[in-house]
Design a protein around this ligand. Structure first.
Ligand SMILES: NC(=O)c1ccc[n+]([C@@H]2O[C@H](COP(=O)([O-])OP(=O)(O)OC[C@H]3O[C@@H](n4cnc5c(N)ncnc54)[C@H](O)[C@@H]3O)[C@@H](O)[C@H]2O)c1
Length: 353
C-alpha cells in the first residue's frame, strides 16, 4: 500500500490506544516519517512502533519546549491527545483542561501558519452531540445540535476542540478536519496504562477491555443500569482507516462520523464476551452511574461513506475475537500496568469504575 507514501506525519497522542494503532497503520501504508508527541499520561511506552521512521518526543503538546521541536515540515497532523476519560475529567477538571482543550488550542496556535500542512485531523467524540435518551435511538448524524449541557469536562473539552478548529479554519485557513468517533475497542488498549488519574477508571478505562479482562478471569461482568444502554462499537483498526480517509479525502472545515452504524446494548456486549471467553459467571446488575445521562446511541455512517469512501470493515464478533486473543497474548503487560495502581485501587475499589 502506498497511501501515505513519502508523507511526513505528526501524531499527537500517538502512544495511546487509537494513536498507536494509527501510527502502525501509517507506517504500514508507506509514511516517510512519523513523529509522535505524547506525555504518557494514559499510555504505555510499549505501544510505540519499533521502526526507524518513527521518532518519539515525550512531553505535552501544550508545552512550549515540545512545540518548539515541531517545525513546518508535516504534510498531515493527527491530534488525538486527551485527558482520558469522562470519570478522570470529573475527578480533576483542571487536569482535563490542561491535557485536553488546552492541547488543542496550543497546537492550533503553533501550526496555524505551517505551509506544508495539508490536513490536521482532530479526534472528536460522538458523545458530545448524541441525544441523551433511553428511548429508541436514531442514528446521530454530523448535523446533530450541540447541547450546552454536558455530562463531564471531557465532553466539554472535546467539543471546545471542535470550536477552536472551526475558528482556526475560518480565521487562518488551517485545514482542520473533525473525526467524531463512536466507542472504539481493540488491540493496544492497555488497562491501567499511564498515570493514576484519580479514579478506578484509570484501570477500568472502557467497557470492552474491562469486560474482556474480567471475563478471562471468570469474574461477573457488572451491568450498570441493567446494561440497557446502547453504543456503536467500532474496531480500532477501522478507526485508523477512517482517520487516514479524513486526512486524504476530508474537506477542511468539515466533520465526519467514524462509526460502525451498528447499535449494540451493553448487555449484548457482555453476553458475547462471556460466550467467547467461556466465562461461567453470570453478569451482575449494578445501579446507573450518577453522572451519566447517555442512554442509547449510534452514529450515522452516510456522510463518511459518501464523501470519504469509508466503511467499517470488522464486525463486532470478529473484533472481539481479535481483542480477546491480543489480551491473552499481553496478559503480563496488562497485569503489570494494573498492578502499578494497586495501592490506589485497593483503597478506592469500593468506588465504582
Ligand atoms: N476510545 C474511544 O472510544 C474514543 C471515542 C471517541 C473519541 N476518542 C478520542 O480519541 C482520542 C484517542 O483516545 P484513546 O482512546 O486512544 O485514548 P488514550 O488515552 O489511549 O490516548 C490519548 C493519548 O493522549 C496522551 N496525552 C494526554 N495528554 C497529553 C498531552 N498533554 N500531550 C500529549 N499527549 C497527551 C495520552 O498519554 C495518550 O497516549 C482522544 O482524543 C479521544 O478523546 C476516543
Amino acid at each position: 500500500m502506498s497511501r501515505f507514501n513519502q508523507q511526513r506525519v505528526l501524531v499527537v497522542g500517538g502512544a495511546g490506544f487509537v494513536g498507536s494503532t494509527l501510527c502502525h497503520a501509517l507506517l504500514n501504508t508507506g509514511a516517510a516519517a512519523v513523529t509522535i508527541v505524547d506525555n504518557l499520561l494514559s499510555a504505555d511506552r510499549s505501544n510505540l512502533p519499533d521502526d526507524a521512521r518513527a521518532a518519539f518526543i515525550e512531553g505535552s503538546s501544550a508545552d512550549d519546549a515540545v512545540l518548539a521541536k515541531l517545525r513546518d515540515e508535516f504534510d498531515v497532523i493527527f491530534h488525538l491527545a486527551t485527558y482520558h476519560g469522562n470519570q478522570s475529567s470529573i475527578a480533576d477538571p483542571i487536569a482535563d483542561h490542561a491535557n485536553n482543550s488546552f492541547t488543542t488550542l496550543k497546537l492550533c496556535e503553533h501550526v496555524k501558519n505551517f505551509h506544508t500542512l495539508k490536513k490536521l485531523v482532530y479526534s472528536s467524540a460522538g458523545c458530545t452531540v448524541a441525544e441523551k435518551t433511553f428511548d429508541d435511538a436514531s442514528a446521530t448524524d454530523e448535523t446533530a445540535p450541540v447541547s450546552l449541557y454536558h455530562d463531564s469536562p471531557y465532553q466539554i473539552s472535546k467539543i471546545i476542540g471542535e470550536f477552536y478548529g472551526n475558528y482556526y479554519f475560518r480565521r487562518h485557513r488551517l485545514p482542520f478536519v473533525k473525526a467524531r468517533f463512536q466507542n472504539v475497542y481493540g488491540q493496544r488498549e492497555i488497562l491501567g496504562a499511564g498515570e493514576w488519574r484519580g479514579t478506578p477508571a484509570t484501570v477500568w478505562r472502557n467497557v470492552t477491555p474491562t469486560f474482556i479482562w474480567k471475563a478471562l478471569h471468570h469474574e461477573a461482568l457488572p451491568l450498570e443500569n441493567g446494561g440497557q444502554a446502547t453504543r456503536d462499537f467500532i474496531y480500532a483498526e477501522d478507526v485508523a482507516e477512517g482517520l487516514m480517509a479524513c486526512a486524504l479525502k476530508g474537506k477542511p472545515g468539515e466533520v465526519y462520523n467514524i462509526a460502525s452504524g451498528v447499535e449494540t446494548s451493553i448487555k449484548d456486549l457482555a453476553d458475547s464476551i462471556n460466550r467467547l471467553t467461556e466465562n461461567p459467571a453470570p453478569p451482575i446488575i449494578e445501579p446507573a452511574r450518577p453522572w451519566d445521562r447517555s442512554g442509547k446511541r449510534f452514529g450515522s455512517t452516510e456522510k463518511a461513506k459518501r464523501e470519504l469512501g469509508f466503511k467499517a470493515g470488522v464486525g463486532l464478533e470478529e473484533g472481539l475475537r481479535r481483542t480477546i486473543e491480543w489480551t491473552k497474548d499481553n496478559r503480563q503487560l496488562i497485569q503489570g500496568c494494573i498492578d502499578r495502581h494497586r495501592h490506589f485501587l485497593d483503597s478506592k475499589e469500593s468506588r465504582r469504575a
